[in-house]
Design a protein around this ligand. Structure first.
Ligand code: WT7
Length: 664
């Protein structure tokens, strides 16, 4: 039985309330005794000689050629790591484990939505990756060509990524929740030559006809030569265009089984991953091979205290986000980890499915988003208590700030009070975890990501003058380069410099988050300072959603904000001005939701639409989102004197009140 003793809801509630008073949680003695890192001297060691520290981490990888220099910082912010070194990410994730005789080890315990199970070993990956890599070559893909990947959570997504890495073709994975329209945009920007997708994706008992939907948007893409279709959902009559579309299983069967891993320069591009920024057009974050592999393997090993022989590690993210790239694929595989891979949603076929999978696989490490934890909290502690979670020894959190109550619930109910929690702060841009406890060393404070990982240098600086703020709030910056940092924005070098290095100079990376440093030097992430919204850990730009909304013919103007939300962290609220005399209606709400779903994806649909006759603007015509946030969250209004027409706010307030009265 689980050692989470069953207790009634009221008792638990009281216990958690009382625990909110506890300021620090030291690493449990038993955990500390067995931890890979338990001596705080590691921080000083890395601080004294960061390059030496990172070089030692890089040396854990297999290199075909050693590097000449650890860091080339001659042209900031265009840093290069491990220059002259040559390696291959797919070789490091697969071949070297097979060569070391652990090919039989399971890389993924895959669990399908309908109860299917597939164990994929390192030897299986070795076989499949080589075949698909050769198949890609047959299709004309060469080193440097971009390959798009739009797949659900199935082992083939990993095979496809590694096959690209093997031949030096950067992949561009698009999260399955994005619409076909978004896929097209990303394929177009990156000039992808091949797209790997699926017949259909299953979600909660239903099957979405992915290939058919993709076909509707992909027709007129000049760069795209081939669409490879993985047969997964067993859909009949998958539309296939002769001369362009091929089936994955067929091209693999026809391919040569042996494909040696290409020896690539350390700075060879490994992948592009689009993410949202301040403007409507997504940013193509570019990561390269040597530094990225160094960053993800080192952080995966030490933050999760990984023992590859005995751990069963589960990162419950989607491969389509950076968390999946770094901590489902590259970090874990580089370390020879056995992972759990879950295809589905947290509530299908039932709300205990995560705990059922954790029990069945004897998962020892779980890495999840606060949104998921808050949802489970709402469903009640009785559910997880029905399963044996006693194998768990470490818990991780990622993607958004975790509120102390959820942190405690996670620690008590899921971790049985014995597991350290690592609250990990990082970004698509940073490639790997940057701020985090080391579970055998750092005392945790619920809600704080604590301190930079060894070899990472963070600071909180004043918004006005960029001076370091000893204690208190300011902007989070990273003050020294790190191996897994983005190298540029794909084909947009200027935008790269402008976005991250214009404010405080070319040596200070502007994160885009506000943070607070407390008296003990602990860092508390507050949230984004730009127009980026974080819904359930999914990053969206307000401008992106606005431009989708105004695509509706009846909409004149829209302003989108992130509103605090109990479940999803932030939720999208949209202030919408309609054309002429058109009146808002439930139908229009649904139509606007549908436009957003089509242009971006269902997860971006506004939770709330507020009809507004006019929007608050400065004299230069800039929408003042700060005021909209105040209104939506029921706060006293800030300064309105800079508004072109201060009367707008009074009208809006009454519209919001009216809407709220209706919602209740
Ligand atoms: C933004 C980056 C990190 C991979 C998933 C998200 C927020 C991320 C935390 C955390 C508070 C966090 C930040 C960051 N964020 N982790 N532990 N505590 N906030 O990657 O989509 O690039 O988003 O997520 O605001 O800037 P992303």
């Amino acid at each position: 039985m689980a050692d989470t003793a069953p207790r009634d809801g009221t008792t638990l509630e009281h216990e958690l309330e009382a625990m909110l008073e506890i300021e620090r949680f030291d690493p449990p003695a038993e955990f500390r005794r067995q931890a890979l890192l338990s001596d705080p001297a590691v921080y000083e060691e890395a601080a004294r000689d960061p390059q030496g520290w990172w070089a030692r981490q890089a040396a854990n990888l297999d290199w075909f050629e050693p590097w000449d220099a650890v860091l080339d910082d001659s042209d900031p912010p265009f840093y290069k790591w491990f220059t002259g070194g040559r390696l291959n990410a797919s070789h490091n994730c697969v071949d070297r484990h097979v060569e070391a005789g652990i090919g039989d080890r399971v890389a993924y315990h895959w669990h399908g939505e309908e109860g299917e199970r597939r164990d994929v070993t390192y030897a299986d990956l070795h076989r499949d990756v080589q075949r698909f890599a050769n198949a890609l070559k047959e299709l004309g893909v060469q080193a440097g060509d971009v390959v798009g990947i739009y797949l659900p959570m199935i082992p083939e997504v990993v095979v496809a990524m590694l096959a690209c890495a093997r031949i030096g073709a950067p992949h561009n994975v698009v999260f399955g929740g994005f619409s076909a329209e978004s896929v097209k945009e990303r394929m177009e920007f990156s000039e992808a030559k091949v797209l790997v997708t699926v017949d259909g994706a299953r979600r909660k008992g239903r099957t979405a006809p992915i290939k058919a939907t993709v076909d509707e948007t992909m027709g007129d893409l000049a760069s795209l030569q081939t669409i490879v279709v993985v047969r997964h959902a067993g859909l009949p009559d998958v539309p296939m265009t002769a001369g362009r579309d091929v089936f994955y299983d067929e091209v693999c069967a026809a391919a040569d089984p042996v494909c040696p891993a290409e020896s690539l320069d350390a700075e060879h591009p490994l992948f592009i991953l689009y993410t949202s920024g301040s403007t409507a057009s997504p940013k193509g974050i570019l990561h390269t091979t040597g530094g990225y592999m160094t960053g993800v393997s080192a952080t995966h090993r030490y933050v999760f205290d990984l023992k590859p022989e005995s751990d069963v590690y589960w990162c419950a993210a989607d491969v389509g986000w950076i968390t999946g790239h770094s901590y489902i694929v590259y970090g874990p595989l580089a370390n020879g980890t056995t992972s759990v891979m879950w295809e589905g949603a947290p509530d299908y076929p039932h709300r205990g499915i995560w705990w059922e999978v954790a029990e069945r696989t004897r998962a020892t490490i779980l890495y999840a988003a606060p949104t998921a934890i808050r949802t489970f909290m709402k469903w009640g502690h009785e559910l997880p208590a029905r399963y044996d979670l006693s194998a768990l020894r470490l818990l991780g959190s990622v993607g958004e700030p975790i509120n102390p109550k959820a942190w405690l619930w996670y620690q008590q109910v899921i971790g049985g009070g014995r597991c350290p929690i690592v609250d990990t702060w990082w970004q698509t841009e940073t490639g790997a975890i940057m701020i985090t406890p080391l579970p055998g060393i750092t005392s945790a404070k619920p809600g704080s990501a604590t301190k930079p990982f060894p070899g990472v240098f963070a600071d909180v600086v004043s918004e006005s003058d960029g001076e370091s703020v000893e204690t208190g709030q300011g902007l989070l910056v990273l003050t020294q380069p790190w191996p897994s940092m983005l190298r540029t924005l794909y084909k947009e070098d200027e935008r790269f410099v402008e976005t991250y290095f214009a404010r405080f100079g070319k040596e200070t990376y502007l994160v885009g988050d506000a943070a607070r440093r407390d008296r003990d030097g602990y860092l508390w992430i507050i949230g984004r300072i730009d127009d980026v919204v974080n819904v359930s850990g999914h990053r969206l730009s307000t401008a992106e959603v606005e431009s989708a909304i105004v695509a509706h013919e009846k909409v004149a103007e829209a302003a989108v904000i992130g509103q605090s939300d109990e479940d999803t962290g932030q939720a999208i609220a949209a202030f919408v001005t309609l054309n002429g005399e058109i009146e808002g209606s439930d139908e229009l709400v649904a139509e606007i939701g549908a436009v957003v779903a089509e242009r971006i994806g269902k997860f971006a649909r506004p939770k709330r639409i507020i009809w507004a006759d006019d929007l608050p603007k400065t004299r230069s015509g800039k929408i003042m989102r700060r005021l909209l946030r105040d209104i939506a969250e029921g706060r006293a209004l800030g300064d309105v004197t800079t508004l072109r027409d201060p009367g707008v706010m009074a009208a809006l307030e009454s519209q919001v009140n009216e809407a709220q009265a209706q919602e209740q």
